[in-house]
Ligand binder design. Structure first.
Ligand SMILES: [Zn+2]
Length: 271
């Protein structure tokens, strides 16, 4: 599943081909994504220029000069590519024709992704309730501390709660807590301000590392034949249940929290 680093790398990969381009047409081959593509609004963005491309959490947004935007989520299996070719592939669901004669193509085997057109100033409703991702200015230690200081939820489930902080997937949540030496079982109200700071710092560090590794393995979004793969970051705890901790050699433990697997070292993560 594409996580924040894959989404950021996708955004960086397609951005140079989209900036200042005008949409000449939109072809919908299958609109039945997680939320059906609202192709009824497509005339709102045809002949309009793409002014800005950005990412928040796992959403990529294209802002148009005329006050409309398009939001793209890759879901479980979605990917974007840019191509001049018109021989489209199976699962190429939505195609944006650009003034450069290139196409921006959304391919998604399982169709859990989404593309929606909306008015920029109204925002996209699924993003409007999201907390900041760790790279946003709003994601400060004061913000996080205030949000969780009365919470009896575990810090692991807090990190997956996108209304508090968005863009941290299950793998990264375990890795971030290992890095900060915080037990995933610790409740929000027992996390100190300083630990909030450590969590945010570790989140940025780990996600940045993955973005960097993706930037080196995946650089071609133009005429890419193969679908982008997912990044292999070096995992310290995730999916290492029963194996030795890389730091203290104890056995890594797997537990289930809110129906999701958590991996941690109960010797290193005591604080
Ligand atoms: Zn350990």
């Amino acid at each position: 599943m594409p996580e924040l680093p894959e989404v950021e790398t996708t955004k960086r990969g397609v951005e140079p081909y989209l900036k200042n381009q005008t949409i000449s047409f939109i072809t919908t081959r299958n609109k039945n994504l997680r939320i059906p593509f609202n192709s009824g609004l497509k005339n709102k963005i045809i002949k309009s220029k793409i002014k800005n491309i950005s990412r928040r959490a796992k959403y990529i947004t294209l802002d148009f000069a005329n006050g409309y935007s398009v939001v793209i989520h890759l879901g479980m299996t979605g990917n974007l590519r840019v191509s001049k070719q018109t021989n489209f592939l199976k699962h190429d669901h939505i195609i944006f024709g650009l003034s450069s004669k290139n196409h921006l193509i959304f391919n998604d085997v399982r169709r859990f992704g989404l593309i929606q057109i909306y008015k920029t100033n109204e925002g996209f409703y699924l993003l409007n309730n999201n907390g900041p991702d760790p790279f946003e200015k709003k994601a400060t230690k004061d913000y996080l501390y205030k949000k969780i200081k009365n919470s009896s939820a575990s810090i692991k489930s807090i990190l997956l709660n996108h209304t508090i902080i968005s863009g941290i997937g299950n793998i990264y949540a375990s890795e971030i807590l290992f890095k900060t030496k915080i037990s995933p079982l610790k409740e929000g109200k027992d996390i100190t301000e300083n630990q909030c700071n450590e969590i945010l710092k570790a989140s940025r560090l780990i996600l940045k590392k993955a973005i960097k590794s993706g930037g080196t393995t995946l650089n071609d979004y133009f005429n890419a034949e193969a679908k982008p793969g997912y990044f292999k970051i070096q995992l310290n705890v995730y999916d290492r249940g029963g194996q030795r901790c890389k730091s203290c050699k104890s056995k890594i433990i797997r537990i289930v929290q809110s129906n999701r697997s958590t991996f941690f070292c109960n010797k290193c993560q005591k604080t």
